[in-house]
Design a protein around this ligand. Structure first.
Ligand SMILES: [Zn+2]
Length: 86
C-alpha cells in the first residue's frame, strides 16, 4: 500500500531521532501517535532479552509464556533463573 504524504513527511521529521529511545508520546493526530508508539516499541524491543524469544539466553532453556497481571499482558519468563514474586 503506498504511503500518503502525511506519513512520508512524518518519517523525514523523525529521521534525526533514529537510534534514540522515545521517552514520551504526545499529540492529537492518531497517525502520529501510532507511528511514535510503533517507533517506541521498536526501539524498546531491541533491548528486551526475553520478550518473544523462545530460549533463555542465560540457561538455554525454553521460556514460559503466560498472560499475567490484572490486564493479562503477555509475559515471558525463565523457570530456572527468574524468581516469581506472587
Ligand atoms: Zn534462565
Amino acid at each position: 500500500m503506498p504511503e500518503g504524504p502525511s506519513i512520508v513527511i512524518l518519517k523525514e521529521e523523525v529521521q534525526r531521532f533514529t537510534g534514540q529511545p522515545v521517552l514520551a508520546v504526545e499529540g492529537n493526530a492518531k497517525v502520529e501517535l501510532e507511528f511514535l508508539q510503533w517507533k517506541k516499541e521498536h526501539v524498546l524491543k531491541a533491548h528486551w532479552p526475553a520478550h518473544t524469544k523462545p530460549i533463555c539466553q542465560r540457561c538455554n532453556l525454553p521460556f514460559i509464556k503466560k498472560h499475567t497481571g490484572l490486564k493479562k499482558r503477555r509475559s515471558f519468563f525463565c523457570p530456572n533463573c527468574q524468581t516469581i514474586y506472587a
